[in-house]
Ligand binder design. Sequence first.
Ligand SMILES: [Zn+2]
Length: 360
Amino acid sequence: MSTIAITGVRIFDGERSAGTGTVVVDGGTVVAAGPGAAVPAGAEVVDGAGGTVLPGLIDAHVHLTTRRHLDALAAHGVTTAFDMASWPASTTAALRAETGTADLLSAGVPVIGPAGPHSRFGMPEYAVVTDPDAAAEGVARRIADGSDYLKVVVEAPGRGGPSPEVVAAVVREAHALGRRVVAHASHHDAFVLAHEAGADVLTHVPTGTPVGADLAAAMTAGGRLAIPTLTVAEVLTAARAAPGETYGAARDSVRAMREAGVPVLAGTDSVEQPGLPFSIPLGASLHHELELLVGAGYPPVDALVAATSLPAARFGLTDRGRIAPGRRADLLLVDGDPATDITATRAIRAVWIAGEPYRR
Ligand SMILES: [Zn+2]
């Protein structure tokens, strides 16, 4: 593996703008970064003038089923993605084994209720859990499948999702085995249910009654994390335009969580699969999500943190998410400065995955 030096480049290190300098990559990892980093003899030099290098982006909510999906992410600088439900387990396992493309964590087969909208998506039978006493077996089966964390699809009370007792039992069993629980919750009352059942991560946001200040404060106190997926909220509210459902409610929910100090990760709910009610392109949509977070009041730097160091740290990926010695050289080089203009993340010059250039 060759040594690479990206020179004269603005560095966003995953947490902050770290000045203009050089990033040196060797053996798939970053070995030096900053204004004082020297170019090693024999290094392949990449002129980064006028650009910014940042850690490879992380989309914290995707669904994928083929290598093509991983490549679409990588081509857009998304070098790691958190799959939030996919099946069958054999397909997910095969995707995890792919190299030279985006890297994957996955929930595998989610836990759903007997009659919600997700029960019509053609999932394996064991997706449905109706008895709290079956939670232990259900969690163990998913971990045997290779699931990195559990996903539970929570609906508003009476809408066919898993009961509060099942959600709480899944949380308890997952925690006993050292796994986080991510709860789908796109309705205010589902959000409350998931929060009260102890889910670690709440994904989506209500598009009806928004998350208010009190709920957001309770989330902070409980150590909750949010992946709001404004992108899908925008798509669904535009397509359905159901009475009382608005994108503004989703944005207000994000604002409330931000003001209360709930950590928010950038995620899109991107999925390109026939038979689903919507399609959101993998890769490209994360850049849109960053713009929507800025539109919801995030300074560009905070939006970048939400797609780099924060998801890595919160999902236990200590090897990436920052540009620092010893970290994986998953890198994105763009024109301009996304720390001041978030749309600059789209102006991609180059992507590296574990130090190897990704041919887009
Ligand atoms: Zn999803």
